[in-house]
Write a protein that binds this ligand. Structure first.
Ligand code: UD1
Length: 343
């Protein structure tokens, strides 16, 4: 059974392609390589022993989808990862984010409807919850106004899916709200690709450890947490990928004509920034150069997921730990060799 994976050469997309194949699906990749590399296909091929069908196409154009749906004929579902995701850049270039992230979903839905493709899994984010009033965060928590155009595109895309459902369109769709994805495939053949200075904690930790960057700045030491640093729910990318497989299976076997729902993907456990640093030092055996600096504007103090709905609806929960994610990410980082010019 064929599943189209937009953004299938990206970080979470590439791992999902692998898990789809392991579960008996045939992944078809659509990616314009805007923020990834054709070399990711080599990594996927090394793991799977074959190269999945790949289309270098831009999701923002309905005709790109039409070409793929016509060529592949029998696509049963779509997992939509393709999107710009740099929070800071979205503040300075909002139109780039609105055009791409929202335009892509609209193109996808219009053409999926034309070709009668019902099952859609959308890549969303826990950023929709903002600073939650209590923890853990479950799916009944309110959505708060987004802090960035990037976050706003996730909210708008969720609303588009909900509105399509309300209108009676024939979709079965799920928004999966990721907490903080980390790690890499345990083979070391695929992982997160370094492009520019990482905004996220774990890639930055890896790049300091490998000598690409001098020092990690820990943003804020006066939060109301055990060690004063922020708490997040770090989830292994292979667990996230597996959740997408369960989501597709859930939609395919669901007897309802149409549905829309949203589900958190997290571990249910929060870790502070310093716990991440210490765990990394343990798994790598290396001391990490870091300094405490002032808070990063816009950061929330603590957030971690309730995992109940994912367990109940998808029959899914995480199997891998923070230490697994850091060890696998470190193996991947070491495989990258010297600092590439774009990193
Ligand atoms: C960030 C994005 C969020 C996105 C998520 C994806 C912001 C404000 N939010 O969330 O929209 O969905 O990534 O994974 O950018 N930290 C440091 N030093 C660093 C980098 C991070 O101390 O060099 C700290 C942060 O202050 C935070 C924690 O590490 O406490 C995690 O940061 P990050 O990886 O950027 O994730 P989020 O802030 O959760």
């Amino acid at each position: 059974m064929k599943i189209l994976v937009t953004g299938g050469t990206g970080f979470i997309g590439s791992h999902t392609v692998v898990e789809l194949w392991n579960a008996g699906f045939t992944p078809v990749i659509m990616d314009n390589l805007d923020n990834s590399s054709i070399l990711v296909l080599d990594g996927i091929e090394k793991i799977l022993g074959f190269r999945p069908q790949f289309y270098q196409e831009n999701c923002n154009h309905p005709d790109s989808f039409r070409r793929i749906f016509e060529a592949e004929k029998d696509i049963s579902g779509i997992i939509h990862f393709a999107a710009h995701k740099a929070v800071g850049e979205s503040v300075s270039l909002p139109l780039k984010y609105y055009r791409n992230n929202i335009g892509s979903l609209i193109s996808l839905l219009e053409t999926a409807s034309e070709f009668n493709i019902q099952n859609i899994v959308f890549s969303s984010s826990c950023t929709v919850y903002g600073e939650p009033s209590s923890l853990p965060v479950d799916e009944t928590f309110p959505i708060v106004p987004a802090e960035s155009p990037y976050g706003n595109t996730k909210q708008i895309c969720e609303e588009i899916l909900r509105d399509c459902h309300t209108s009676g369109m024939n979709f079965k769709s799920l928004s999966l709200r990721y907490f903080n994805p980390i790690g890499a495939h345990p083979s070391g053949f695929i992982g997160e690709l370094p492009l520019g200075v990482p905004g996220n904690l774990v890639p930055f930790v890896m790049q300091v450890a490998t000598g690409w960057r001098e020092k990690l700045s820990v943003f804020g030491s006066d939060y109301n947490t055990i060690d004063g640093t922020c708490i997040r729910d770090y989830i292994h990318v292979v667990d996230i990928a597996q959740a997408h497989v369960n989501a597709v299976q859930y939609l395919l076997k669901n007897k309802e004509e149409r549905l829309y729902d949203w589900i958190n993907l997290g571990t249910g456990k929060g870790s502070t920034v310093l716990e991440v640093v210490k765990t990394f030092e343990q798994v790598s055996g290396l001391p990490l150069n870091y300094q405490m600096v002032s808070r990063r504007p816009g950061d929330i103090e603590k957030i971690y997921a309730s995992t109940e709905k994912a367990e109940k609806v998808l029959g899914w929960k995480t199997r891998l730990t923070l230490a697994d994610g850091l060890a696998d990410g470190w193996r991947w980082q070491q495989s990258l060799g010297p600092k590439p010019s774009l990193a």
